[in-house]
Design a protein around this ligand. Sequence first.
Ligand code: FES
Length: 321
Amino acid sequence: MTAQETLQVRVVKKQAEAEGIASYELARLDGAALPPFSAGSHIDVHLPGGLTRQYSLCNASHESHRYRIAVLRDPASRGGSVAMHDSVHEGDVITISTPRNHFALHPAQRTLLLAGGIGVTPLLCMADRLARTGADFALHYCTRSAERTAFAAEIAASAIAPHAHFHFDAGAPEQKLDTAAVLAAPGPDKRLYVCGPAGFIDHVVTTAKALGWAQDHIHLEYFGAPAQDTSGDQGFEVRIASTGKVYPIAPDVSVVEALRKEGIDILTSCEQGVCGTCLTRVLEGEVDHRDMYLTDEEKAANEQFMPCCSRARSKLLVLDL
Ligand code: FES
């Protein structure tokens, strides 16, 4: 991650949105306007106890008086969601980053938004934006049950309603998401956005690709990407093959970030090992793969890696740059 500007905000409202899900409205201490954001953006939240977690903004992107996030309490997670639920209360002051967007909307004739559970948060913001601009879109929102469906009433009462489809795992078969039917007609003017747990995303992306969707028309953001234990990370060196120059990579700095500081820019998008944008060929050295983009076979081949998140097992990596 690159260094982010931070700001202090107050939790002006904390509200239960569904079983296990709370939303938090954050505002500046002096009531001034917050930095602007676009649909699909997220913020880092610095939690009590030193944890930092990313949460998508799920309010309308034209609003400047608040940021709203929603958090599913997941005791099986790495502790961020439990800390948010148990230790962050209305009236508290917390530190957040300014918003950044790795999941931006692209112009399209038709846009499909597929949400799994709490993965609805960035898509809700997108749906609001699309509804306000009169765009052709559909929001398919899959959850376990109505009780676990955050923002259902809000969606039903909004301009998103005519475009929204709810699908409950616990519901009748005919209301379940027919992924193949929804994705049946790909085209150059269509875009697909998916957010949710890894299994949901994998199912949607696999189906989309099998139906002929182009990779660059599928946009995804994993919710709850598997945690990496970074506590034992070591420094290593990277050599740029074209110049022969060697750069140190500190234990807590990504290859992308370290090289960027040296004026060597690698194109990135998600910076979390999901999108594939930063794919770089490796000529020597052993990679410690941390991404969710390459297949197990590609990782084992050790010929390419994702410098936004992956590291080295060897002391040196030689990159084809
Ligand atoms: S920038 Fe997305 S995988 Fe590296």
